[in-house]
Design a protein around this ligand. Structure first.
Ligand SMILES: [Zn+2]
Length: 97
């Protein structure tokens, strides 16, 4: 089947925010793959569903987005921060008279 696209993922290292990040690159299609969305691509496993990028800069921006969890954090966790532990320790103050 010539219609079947079988990418040959190659694990390559890029510099991202002064850190080495291993991403996957397909020489045939010139596509980059997000390693977080497709952790198996470095092993040569093609994925049915993933996030592909033609531009390395786009991938880097995507990686940044992962870091901030822009779309994963649907619930903004502010409630936990506001809740203070209510300990009743203060009630047992020693009264010296
Ligand atoms: Zn991703």
């Amino acid at each position: 089947m010539s219609t079947r696209w079988s990418p040959k993922w190659k694990a390559i290292e890029i510099d991202h925010n002064n850190k080495k990040v291993t991403i996957c690159y397909d020489e045939t299609t010139k596509l980059y793959v997000c390693p977080i969305c497709s952790p198996n691509c470095a092993k040569g496993v093609s994925t049915d569903y993933s996030t592909y990028f033609f531009d390395l800069e786009d991938l880097k921006r995507h990686l940044d987005a992962h870091k901030h969890g822009l779309w994963l954090q649907k619930k903004i966790r502010t409630e936990e921060e506001e809740e203070e532990p209510k300990l009743s320790v203060g009630e047992e103050e020693i009264e010296e008279e």
